[in-house]
Design a protein around this ligand. Structure first.
Ligand code: SF4
Length: 244
């Protein structure tokens, strides 16, 4: 099945979806967005990568394009690559022809990210989705790509292996499924909520199911009644019932 232009979803949604399905729903279905330090710094790095004064560049055996639009009708995705380098391909490597440049050239995506590599796979999935789009557009396999992290400022290569490709395709299918359903998934409080830019909007302790809501209410009531530390044995009956 091929998607139409009207069905295309943003590649950036995959990053939110991988991190948390509720975060994806709040941002992409409900239009919520709250900048925290992480997202602001990330945006600044992207702005530098998309500098319009340096859209193409040639340095030795590497040709660089910035801010390249991406699209896949097979996956139903659209987006933009910060930087795509074209490396002179060896005799054994596949590549594409570039106008005015003899030989074949292998595409290599470089995605700019703030901070350190994440523990989760959200960055790798987003990068792989970009590569899958570019492969469809250019008709060539892309073996690897890279992140440029802001801190420390260094490049980190990612092999686009079969496992990462399958994981990405499964998430893309889930993205279309949730978009068709059109409902924001419920909250599930977890450690990652502490670094989530939408935590104050989401209130995961208050909205993450009946038991979480009961615990949240019990704590809020206890704080009002007695701001001093609460002994578990003296909490209200709501809290006692809600404790697992
Ligand atoms: S606060 Fe937690 S549950 Fe809510 S959107 Fe963020 S990560 Fe998801």
């Amino acid at each position: 099945m091929m998607f139409t232009e009207d069905d295309l979803l943003p590649i950036s949604a995959l990053q939110h979806l991988t991190f948390c399905e509720r975060q994806w729903g709040l941002i992409h279905l409900e239009g919520a967005w709250q900048d925290n330090v992480l997202t602001v710094e990330g945006t600044q790095l992207h702005d530098r990568a998309h500098d319009p004064d340096t859209e193409t560049e040639v340095r030795g055996n590497v040709r660089t394009a910035r801010g390249l639009r991406l699209r896949s009708l097979q996956l139903g995705l659209t987006g933009m690559a910060d930087v795509v380098e074209f490396h002179a391909a060896s005799e054994l490597e596949a590549g594409i022809q570039l106008e005015g440049a003899p030989g074949l050239w292998q595409p290599f995506i470089v995605e700019y990210k703030r901070g350190h590599p994440k523990i989760g796979r959200e960055d790798e999935v987003q990068l792989c989705a970009q590569a899958l789009c570019l492969e469809e557009m250019l008709g060539v396999s892309i073996l690897s790509s890279a992140f440029f992290y802001g801190e420390p400022r260094r490049r980190s290569d990612v092999v686009l292996d079969q496992g990462l490709r399958q994981e990405t395709e499964a998430l893309v299918a889930r993205l279309h499924e949730l978009t068709r359903a059109g409902a924001t998934p419920p909250a599930q409080y977890a450690k990652k909520c502490n670094s989530c830019s939408l935590v104050d909007l989401c209130l995961p302790r208050a909205t993450g199911g009946q038991r979480s809501a009961q615990r949240y209410l019990a704590r809020a009531i206890a704080d009002v009644v007695d701001p001093a530390p609460i002994d578990a044995g003296s909490t209200t009956s709501i809290g006692a019932e809600a404790t697992p």
